[in-house]
Design a binder for this molecule. Structure first.
Ligand code: SF4
Ligand code: SF4
Ligand code: SF4
Ligand code: FES
Length: 948
């Protein structure tokens, strides 16, 4: 047995306020009602042998190895399926049990290849462990080498193999796929000795399997095994850390040999994921040691010069002297910085501190600008705090789920598995999305309503839903009277009841039949617990902030805020987008969302940081670029964000960057933005540093260093060096000291420290004297702002309109296997599932244009054009096309416009008027890009790989 494995209780841990006491092997044990005898025994140190049971899935009772004796009862029941009861006297060891178990193991082993010494699971195999545990020394029937399972190994999945010769048909994998992941990709075919695990297709890769790894995790033998373990051997060390991909923030155990990662295993005690994972966090970590990593600092005087590798000292001194020169020549406000939602809280905090205290202005912004800034604004106005209201496990109490502009099975897969579980239990689902996303209809899940609205009509839809609630007497009046600002409610109720907001009036804008809207509104409003979950399909619009307030209004009017099972919950895109906002990355706010013009707050920061701070909000990213084009903004420090690829209207971004005199890019790879950079600081991946991430639940989790930074410095260390060179020393020796400063300066973080995080695993802010253990559900007795405030949400159609030249609407999203602009995932075998962005087109629009699946099409908008391959898909509605933005060579943002949210400037990525036509080859723009971009061509020629 490997040293690093977590304890397996055999059956899921139960939580109940009712406890039962029983005696197991002479020891009295007390456990929550509903706990199996197996789990009760294991919790108290008594290991009953088992094979078909594991604590990630419900007990199945098939292997008959876990037999026990109960005084006063006949027979030998299975301890995995027998519940602990008050007063039971249980014996787990006796000569009879030993003999029965030995017989069971003998049958298993007689049908199993005896190649333990060379097996990849040697030392990490439950079958081997159990043979030892029952004292099996001889097999009467003998293994004669004639395996009845002779199929070839299935090695189609890039990350794990399936070797059926080792399968004991315990069905743990099948049950994990169903119960934990909710994909139902596996089944057991046949009976008795002929039974076997099957995918329903030729192999794993071509099946429904989404490569979440739950089956691999559940498998007790080497049948399902990680390829890295097969290649590298069994891990010998472990470090708990947090996934660096999406905003679910799954806890992982990085299992290692020395400082080399062997596998990432989802952490059972990770409160965001409770032992589950998706293909990205579980398997796609090879980018961290990919050969494309830049590990030497580089500088160049002009962006047309070749890069020159230099020492850290020289790079930092050069960048600092340039920034000083720019400020001396063009003024203090001529430079700024961008923080990263991929970096840690501590690193983000340091970059904004560097800008405010080191540069002496507030020109700091973050990539959250282009995703969830409307969430901060909208929830701040209505509830008083800029974050989601629930913890993830709250969804298990929801009776109706309203999912708007989010596609969790692709973008937030581990949360999607929780949601699907609740839906299988009977909760109802309303999907509001232009596209037929997977949750509209998939294995054992079917939405009650799919409101397939037109892109850009979110506010029209939310107003129509609220109109039904108000005019049909569905408002929870007691709740509103007690919890909300009544004047604001009455003004809102008059506004929303107006006929112009009725589903019938809004039908022209939304494209959703009024009757469907009315039925969905009634379903949501009449639920005991109704919860809203939403994504970038809400925020990345010209009315993103209005829509967030519209959802908050609906939730307050129906009393759905302040307890488990309800709430308004943003599904955050990047791992630390919540944290980067919390840490004061916006130009107008310090950490904890306090305005820079607030004298008391500013004085506190001035006192702590020992410098005078500006009370004028600084420039947002789009304004920095505008100013650069205008000649007034000259220097930018960009940490961990590729604005040339991820921000809208690429040409404008490029013009802005080209106009600057010193761009410092701090990243893992030479990204698109680095083409316009003068200094490159090599970055560090999440495996190379200590810190914290904050997920979409406001959960602060530790990131722990697994290996030394490949470039010598972690990102926080490089920022400190840069600050020192600029003449503003920031003397921290460990990220824990940065967190201590954050806690001193930020009321919602005042109870957070590394020590506390190490004790409890993770904490949801606010965490302070009022809530020392954090706050899973917000606004329980009162809203953070006091009374909840209804806001008027007039629907104003976007200025981006279709017309004869651009008759279709383009909307964008993500796919499961890739992440954002592909910097990480495109350098992993995840390309096996998605190696290019495609354009989904409805059959009607495709036929009109003579387009077939696989054709290369030209996608044109008022801003630009690009080309990609088409997929004709019924998932689209007529008039709407869809693509992802994961691959640089597609350049999807070349076509997006510079329209943005009225309140926050969040770009309107989700609505672009376009034309699509058949074409051959690639556009001039792409040819130019490919010519210039040696590195992209290399990726195309040489598939990325795990490891180095
Ligand atoms: S593949 Fe593994 S988990 Fe699945 S039935 Fe076979 S031994 Fe059990
Ligand atoms: S990897 Fe996940 S989706 Fe694929 S078969 Fe295993 S459990 Fe099912
Ligand atoms: S769901 Fe998100 S946080 Fe969890 S493993 Fe996948 S990418 Fe990582
Ligand atoms: S572990 Fe209980 S029957 Fe298999």
């Amino acid at each position: 047995m490997t040293l690093v494995k977590e304890l397996d209780l055999g059956t899921p841990l139960r939580k109940s306020s009712t406890m039962v006491s029983l005696t197991i092997d002479g020891t009295k044990v007390t456990v929550p009602k509903g706990t199996s005898i197996m789990a009760a025994a294991r919790q108290h140190g008594s290991q009953i042998p088992k094979l078909c049971a594991t604590d990630s899935v419900e007990a199945f009772g098939s292997c008959r190895l876990c037999l026990i004796e109960i005084e006063g009862r006949r027979g030998t029941p299975a301890s995995c399926t027998t519940l602990a009861e008050e007063g039971l006297v249980v014996h787990t060891q006796s000569p009879r049990l030993a003999s029965l178990r030995k017989g069971v193991m003998e049958l298993y082993i007689s049908d199993h290849p005896l190649d333990c010494l060379t097996c990849s699971a040697n030392g990490d195999c439950e079958l081997q462990d159990m043979a030892g545990a029952v004292g099996l020394r001889d097999v009467r029937y003998g293994y004669d080498g004639e395996k009845h399972r002779t199929e070839a190994k299935d090695e189609s999945n890039p990350y794990f193999t399936f070797d059926s010769s080792k399968c004991i048909v315990c069905s743990r994998c099948v049950r994990a796929c169903e119960e934990v992941q909710g994909t139902f990709a596996l089944t057991i075919l046949g009976r008795g000795l002929a039974s076997k695990v099957a995918t329903g297709t030729a192999d794993f890769l071509s099946s429904e399997c989404v490569s979440c790894g739950a089956c691999v995790q559940a498998c007790p033998t080497a049948t399902l095994n990680e390829k890295t373990v097969i290649e590298q051997g069994t891990p010998t060390g472990v470090t708990n850390t947090t996934c660096a991909y999406c905003g679910v923030g799954c806890g992982f155990r990085a299992e290692t040999q020395g400082d080399k990662v062997v596998r990432m295993v989802p952490w059972k005690d990770g409160k965001a994921n409770e032992g589950h994972s998706c293909v990205k966090g579980r398997f796609a970590w090879g980018y961290a040691t990919h050969k494309d990593r830049i590990t030497k600092p580089m500088i160049r005087a002009k962006i047309t010069d070749p890069w020159r590798e230099v020492s850290w000292e020289e790079a930092i001194a050069y960048a600092a002297s340039e920034f000083k020169r720019l400020q001396a020549t063009y003024g203090r406000d001529a430079v700024g910085g961008i923080t990263s939602s991929r970096c840690t809280n501590e690193e983000t905090f340091l970059v904004q501190k560097l800008v405010r205290a080191g540069f002496g202005n507030n020109n700091v912004d973050t990539c959250a600008r282009v995703c969830h800034s409307p969430t901060g604004y909208g929830l701040g106005k209505t509830f008083g705090t800029s974050a989601g209201t629930q913890d993830f496990k709250s969804v298990a109490q929801a009776d109706v789920i309203l999912l708007i502009g989010a596609n969790p099975t692709d973008a937030h897969p581990v949360f999607a598995s929780r949601m699907k579980k609740r839906l299988r239990e009977g909760a109802k689902l309303i999907v509001a999305d232009p596209r037929k996303i997977e949750l509209v209809r998939s294995a054992h899940v079917q939405a009650s309503h799919h409101l397939a609205l037109r892109p850009g009509a979110n506010v029209a839809l939310i107003n129509a839903l609220a109109h039904v609630v108000v005019t049909e007497g569905l408002v929870k009046e007691d709740y509103v009277r007690e919890r909300c600002d009544l004047d604001a409610f009455e003004a809102w109720a008059r506004f929303i009841a107006d006929e112009r907001n009725s589903p019938e009036s809004m039908e022209l804008s939304t494209g959703v039949p009024a009757a469907d809207v009315r039925a969905a509104a009634r379903l949501y409003a009449s639920a005991n617990n109704a919860a809203i979950y939403y994504g970038l399909g809400v925020t990345e619009h010209s009315q993103g902030s209005t829509m967030v307030m519209g959802m908050a209004n609906l939730a307050m009017a129906t009393g759905n805020i302040g307890r488990d099972g309800v709430g308004v919950n943003p599904l955050r895109g990047q791992n630390n987008v919540q944290g980067s906002c919390d840490m004061g990355s916006f130009p107008h706010e310090y950490s904890g969302y306090r305005h820079v013009s607030d004298d008391a707050t500013r004085e506190m920061f001035e006192h702590m940081w020992g410098v005078a701070l500006s009370k004028e909000p600084g420039l947002r990213i789009p304004n920095m670029l505008d100013e650069a084009v205008g000649g007034g903004f000259k220097g930018l420090y960009v940490q961990g964000e590729d604005i040339a690829q991820s921000d809208p209207d690429t040409q404008h971004v490029v013009h802005g960057l080209e106009a600057m005199e010193c761009v410092v890019v701090h990243d893992l790879f030479l990204n698109e933005t680095a083409k316009y950079a003068h200094v490159f600081f090599p970055g560090s991946s999440f495996l190379e540093k200590d810190g914290t991430f904050t997920n979409a639940e406001r959960r602060i989790s530790r990131v722990r260093k697994v290996m030394p930074p490949l470039a010598g410095y972690a990102d926080w260390e490089a920022t400190i060096k840069f600050a020192e060179a600029l003449g503003y020393p920031m003397p921290y020796s460990h990220p824990s000291e940065i967190m201590d400063e954050i806690a001193r300066l930020t009321p919602t973080f005042s109870g957070v420290s590394y020590e506390k995080l190490d004790q409890v695993g993770s904490l949801q802010w606010p965490c302070n004297a009022n809530a020392p253990e954090g706050t899973p559900v917000m606004h329980v007795d009162r809203f953070v702002r006091g009374k909840g405030k209804f806001m008027l949400t007039e629907f104003i159609p976007t200025e981006e309109r279709t017309g004869p030249r651009f008759p279709l609407l383009l909307t964008t999203g993500r796919i499961l296997s890739q992440y954002n602009v592909g910097a990480q995932t495109a350098r992993t075998p995840n390309n096996a599932w998605h190696n290019e962005d495609v354009l989904e087109v409805h059959p009607f629009d495709a036929e009109n244009r003579g387009i077939k699946t696989g054709d290369r099409v030209l996608l044109q908008s008022r801003s630009g054009e690009t080309s990609l391959r088409a997929v004709v898909s019924e998932r689209m509605q007529p008039g709407v096309v869809y693509t992802t933005f994961h691959h640089a060579r597609t350049g999807a943002n070349v076509v997006t416009t510079d329209y943005s949210d009225w309140a926050t400037n969040c770009p309107e990525y989700k609505v672009t008027a376009v034309q699509v036509s058949r074409t051959v080859g690639i556009t001039e723009w792409q040819q130019e890009e490919l010519k210039r971009d040696e590195f992209l061509r290399r990726i195309e020629r040489e598939p990325a790989h795990v490891g180095h």
